[in-house]
Design a protein around this ligand. Structure first.
Ligand SMILES: [Zn+2]
Length: 825
């Protein structure tokens, strides 16, 4: 293992170094350049003296004058060439396919639309979902991935990190009851009233579920422990669910929480339970959250129908995602062998937890019937989507009486073990503009046909397509880095460590990060993105035919509602967007769809069989997703002008400020959408007022003003960019090389501005209490985990009623916006 790690790491170092610092094209181009100019030099060389004849002096004068101007011209040319990046004389703009064998963009686009194949995607899906590939236990899949990418012509290697991670050893969940003696008194002996199997049923139809080496049901980064106590139903376990319980005088200390999944990141449910003195937590999947596709509403359960299989269990990480992702022992620096490690106390939960199915939650929830208040007596947030009433659950809160307890055992092996990112590189001609594209490979289950390997299949098809283009002599303008991340499921570990390792380089060159996690799990396209990338998403989805065409010729864009969420967390874009300030986007066919079959998230039933029968029969959405991803990357990597839109950023910022203003004036309005409800329920408790609320409100005007200035500069930048884009499309003959150079310079300068806009929003001090998060506009909500919070520092201060701190954040945000504006000047 040690030798292997060593060789992997040295490989990695040389590889990246080569790609970044010594791109091979630089050498190649310089040689070409010298050869091209050699004839010019020879014309200057003075020949052997000739016989004297009349006008000799004039002739000589002319020769010298002409020669000198040629030399001067050559020197000017060389100086210009040296002062700009190597590709300047190469003129790699589209529309000039005949020059230097450059593949025209239209041809590249055709390749990226025609190459992806549904059958191939199905083949890759089958491969990845054929055996366990939990984080740090998937070397063969990492090697297979690297080999495929190499086979398709993309130089690839494995990058390893030594990370702190847990693997399941043993678990138990049992409901114990004190026996009643013949005299009616409770005796001291406990009897087992219910012993949970903690397993998912093997299904005859679905071969994956029958495999003997299935991964046990457990939580990543969960605490070891053996606890016994009464239990309390805590609803979704949001901040306000717990507040409601405290207000209803429900005793929580020393009790075990029974929480339903959903709404907020699971680790944050545990965080609050632990803070309130609870000793363990059981998380179950309530079918009430499956909308209309439930057994109660007449649907058959998987595999006979689209409803949730009652034994399905959602595994998952209970890390505190909103505090900081990555290896919890190496915050802010890479987990390389020998790296110093920080203690995890306070960083990871200290109470044991287990995930269970609704079938196994039933006896526990029913045991609460008649104990404590009913959920409906608290408020309306407690009766949302209660889906087990028809099975006899009254949703009583408890606690269970002293003679009825749960015994929860969680035994995890914590270890430091290598994770393997696969990194593939296509070198571009511009060394300091790089596009990174990633998907994670690790899954909680043998399957993972949706999460993440629909994305892995899609990424493979994209790389295979680019391989086809490479074969036809294509070379992108910008370098493309492909990543198959490991350890995403535990807490975005593989991607976070990689960004932490290459931060200076990422910061200098990375123009955008494109993420696909779940590539396909429903027919509904869904995306979240930084505002700079919004227009690109609209543009690209309009180029891809929809697999479902109610009207002939419909594109993915036609069937998509066009809504783009703000960047939160929950996948590998987090380190790029929130830590390194790289404009990122995350997309997939995974949007909410009321008619789509229930997706068995992190369960054995997220299998190849489910995907091919219910999720994406025929793998047509996989193909469409590969087309969308391929075109997104192509536009980012191969358009002379970066396809980013600065005006959209200013417009979005203005909207975010308006949102804050309406929050200030109408703090009592009831939330209506699911997202709003969870955002509302996840806010911290109102604390005592600090500072001047009115002064804060007035300070928001300052933000509007600064954003207004940003907008006018952004509009100008976008105008210049679109003019330059048009010029880049025109043919400029080689003898107008001065004009070409000028154009190149202007394009470079505009692109550099676009690249740096997002960086301007990083605040080195980071957010309050979670300094790893550096972006002042986007971060996961502190108590939601997944959902994107805008102006997080400011909004959290408002939620804490601390307007002094909120004004501090207005100042920080204001200077960031000003910096972004300067960047664009
Ligand atoms: Zn995933």
């Amino acid at each position: 293992m040690t030798y292997l790690q060593h060789s992997i790491i040295s490989l990695r170092c040389t590889h990246i170094y080569h790609a970044i610092s010594h791109p091979s094209f630089v050498m190649g181009d310089k040689i070409t350049m010298t050869n091209e100019r050699t004839p010019l030099i020879t014309t200057v060389v003075v020949g052997t003296p000739r016989q004297r004849y009349p006008h000799q002096t004039l002739r000589r004068f002319c020769t010298i004058a002409l020669g000198s101007s040629l030399v001067a011209l050559l020197i000017t040319f060389l100086i210009t060439v040296i002062s700009v990046p190597s590709s300047s004389h190469h003129h790699p703009w589209p529309g000039h396919g005949h020059e230097h064998k450059r593949l025209p963009y239209e041809e590249l686009q055709a390749i990226l639309l025609e190459t992806p194949s549904a059958d191939r995607a199905s083949e890759w899906s089958k491969y990845y979902t054929s055996g366990p590939h939990l984080a740090g236990q998937n070397l063969s899949q990492a090697e297979w991935t690297r080999d495929r990418w190499e086979q398709w012509g993309v130089k690839s290697d494995i990058v390893a990190y030594d990370t702190y991670i847990n693997y399941p050893l043993d678990h138990r969940l049992a409901m114990l009851q004190k026996q009643t003696a013949s005299n009616g008194q409770k005796s001291d002996a406990w009897e087992v009233k219910f012993e949970a199997t903690l397993t998912e049923d093997a299904l005859e139809d679905d071969p994956t579920t029958q495999l003997k080496n299935s991964i046990p049901t457990f939580h990543g980064y969960s605490a070891n422990g053996n606890v016994t106590g009464s239990f309390v139903y805590v609803n979704y376990g949001t901040y306000w669910d717990f507040e409601d319980l405290l207000r209803a005088n429900i005793s929580l200390e020393g009790k075990i929480a029974i929480a339903r999944y959903g709404g907020i990141f699971r680790g944050l449910k545990l965080k609050r339970a632990e803070e309130l003195g609870m000793i363990g937590c059981v998380l179950y999947s309530d079918p009430g959250d499956d909308g209309d596709i439930t057994e109660e509403k007449g649907h058959k359960t998987y595999p006979n129908g689209p409803a949730r299989n009652p034994s399905s269990v959602q595994r998952g990480s209970v890390q505190y995602l909103s505090i900081g992702p990555g290896d919890p022992t190496t915050p802010g620096y890479p987990s390389k062998p020998g790296a110093p490690r920080q203690p995890v106390e306070g960083v990871l939960t200290s109470i044991p937890s287990l995930p269970i199915s609704y079938a196994e939650a039933l006896p526990i929830l029913k045991a609460l019937n008649g104990h404590g208040p009913q959920a409906k007596s608290l408020n309306e947030y407690w009766t949302r989507n209660t889906g087990l009433g028809y099975k006899g659950v009254d949703y009583n809160i408890g606690p269970s009486p002293d003679h009825l307890v749960l015994n929860l055992v969680n035994e995890q092996n914590y270890t430091i073990t290598p994770l393997w990112d696969v990194i593939g590189i296509i070198n571009g001609t511009i060394p300091d503009e790089v596009v990174v594209v990633g998907n994670h490979r690790d899954a909680w289950v043998i399957g993972g046909a949706g999460d993440p390997n629909s994305g892995s299949a899609v990424l493979n098809e994209v790389i295979r397509s680019f391989g086809q283009a490479l074969e036809q002599g294509w070379k992108p303008l910008r370098t493309i880095v492909f990543a198959s991340w490991d350890g995403e499921e535990y807490g975005l570990v593989g991607s976070t460590e990689w960004v932490e390792e290459y931060l200076p380089w990422v910061s200098a060159v990375n123009v955008a990060y494109v993420n696909v996690d779940v590539g396909v799990r429903s027919p509904t396209f869904s995306a979240s993105a930084a505002p700079l990338l919004h227009s690109l998403l609209h543009e690209v989805t309009a180029l891809v035919p929809s697999p479902n065409q109610t009207i002939e010729g419909q594109t993915v864009r036609d069937l998509w509602n066009g809504h783009i969420r703000t960047m939160g967390s929950g996948s590998d874009f987090t380190a790029f967007q929130d830590y390194a300030g790289v404009s990122s986007l995350d997309m997939g066919f995974g949007g909410p769809d009321e008619e789509a079959p229930v997706y068995h998230y992190h369960s054995n039933y997220d299998s190849y069989w489910w995907q091919s029968v219910y999720g994406d029969p025929g793998f047509l959405y996989h193909k469409a997703m590969a087309q969308v991803l391929g075109l997104t990357v192509a536009k980012l990597a191969d358009m002379p002008l970066l396809p980013l839109n600065a005006t959209a950023y200013a417009v979005a910022l203005d909207e975010y400020v308006e949102k804050i203003e309406s929050k200030l004036t109408s703090s009592d309005t009831k939330p209506s959408t699911t997202a709003e409800i969870f955002e509302f329920r996840a806010r911290g408790a109102k604390k005592e007022l600090v500072g001047d609320r009115d002064a804060f409100q007035r300070s928001l005007n300052q933000l509007h003003e600064t954003i207004g200035e940003m907008k006018s500069v952004a509009v100008k930048l976008d105008e210049i960019a679109s003019k330059l884009a048009k010029q880049a499309e025109q043919h400029i003959p080689w003898w107008h090389w001065v004009k070409k150079l000028k154009l190149f310079h202007r394009i470079r300068s505009v692109n550099t501005k676009y690249k740096n806009i997002e960086r301007a929003f990083l605040y080195p001090g980071g957010l309050d209490g979670r300094s790893w998060f550096k972006h002042v506009v986007f971060a996961p909500g502190i108590w939601t985990g997944y959902a994107g919070a805008v102006f997080p520092g400011l909004v959290e201060s408002m939620d804490n009623n601390n307007f002094t701190n909120a004004m501090k954040w207005v100042g920080i945000i204001d200077s960031c916006i000003k910096r972004a504006t300067e960047t664009m000047h």
